[in-house]
Design a protein around this ligand. Structure first.
Ligand SMILES: [Zn+2]
Length: 111
């Protein structure tokens, strides 16, 4: 887990995330994170909103058609050792029977 910033209003350290918002439970202040030093950091989230990291294993949550392949990647396919990249298809990985692939993080969940 990455450490969340303290509340900019009351400096409480008990802040928590809700989607893209950061919320302070002590003074109820809400703000958006990431405008400061973390703006360059690549954050890739799965279909459940869990943050993915390089080397994670994920499960495909729907059948995915593959350009140039005769079959689709089946729902439930496990993908090991993913690598996060910038872009529309933000996961690089290798899938048995398909080879090197790019996936969208919205179609996987953390295993
Ligand atoms: Zn506060």
């Amino acid at each position: 887990m990455s450490k969340l910033p303290n509340c900019p209003k009351c400096n409480s350290e008990y802040t928590y995330e809700d989607g893209t918002l950061l919320i302070c439970p002590e003074c109820a202040y809400e703000w958006t994170a990431g405008s400061e030093s973390e703006s360059d950091e690549l954050v890739v989230k799965d279909s459940n909103g869990n943050v993915l990291q390089d080397g994670d294993s994920v499960t495909v949550i729907k059948d995915l058609k593959v350009k140039g392949a005769s079959s689709a990647i089946k729902k439930g396919t496990k993908v090991k050792n993913i690598r996060l990249v910038d872009g529309d298809h933000n996961i690089d990985c290798k899938i048995d029977g398909f080879g090197a692939m790019s996936l969208k993080s919205e179609f996987v969940k953390k295993a």
